[in-house]
Design a protein around this ligand. Structure first.
Ligand SMILES: [Zn+2]
Length: 173
């Protein structure tokens, strides 16, 4: 199954590993530990193997992040995210081309990175810019970094284009 990378932040993209959350058609893009290992790899966060325990913890963290990003602040979720975020971890590095590079780490380390990313996002200037895609059959979250702050779609190539097409068809009727 393909992963989506429209969130603008690793922690937001992580929540996109459940598809169509607002509908009854919700589906899991990470059916097992191997899929999570692939997500870590494709997110360029780690190339480690993932155990059953790592997997369970990751999904727990993912759902806590999703609730926080969508405005539900439950104490157990805050505690979970804070616990992961507080773990000591080698910091990110700059490559020769001034790109961000995360240190090599185990699965626990990746969850800590994701939690820290979320803490940074939720306590930072873009906290009010975490949005759900406006398309009815999409539930992806994204960080709206546009200047005007009026971005509605997870991506102009998919949901944005579909909406334009719909408007065009309606205007032709
Ligand atoms: Zn969308």
């Amino acid at each position: 199954m393909k992963f989506t990378w429209v969130g603008g932040r690793p922690s937001v993209d992580f929540t996109a590993t459940v598809g169509k959350r607002r509908l009854d058609e919700e589906f899991e893009r990470l059916p097992g530990p191997k899929d999570l290992a692939r997500w870590f790899r494709e997110a360029k966060l780690s190339t480690v193997a993932v155990s059953r325990r790592d997997y369970t913890q990751a999904l727990e963290l993912r759902e806590a992040l999703y609730r926080l990003f969508t405005g539900t602040t439950l104490r157990p979720d805050l505690e979970l995210v804070n616990r992961w975020s507080a773990r000591p971890l080698p910091g990110p590095k700059l490559t020769a081309t001034l790109k961000l590079e995360y240190p090599r780490t185990d699965a626990d380390g990746v969850l800590s990175l994701l939690a820290r990313d979320a803490v940074d996002l939720l306590a930072g200037p873009l906290a009010g810019r975490i949005r759900t895609c406006a398309s009815d059959d999409c539930s992806l979250l994204f960080v709206d970094e546009s200047r005007a702050g009026r971005r509605r779609w997870c991506s102009m190539n998919t949901c944005g284009a579909r909406s334009k097409m719909k408007q065009y068809r309606t205007s032709m009727d």
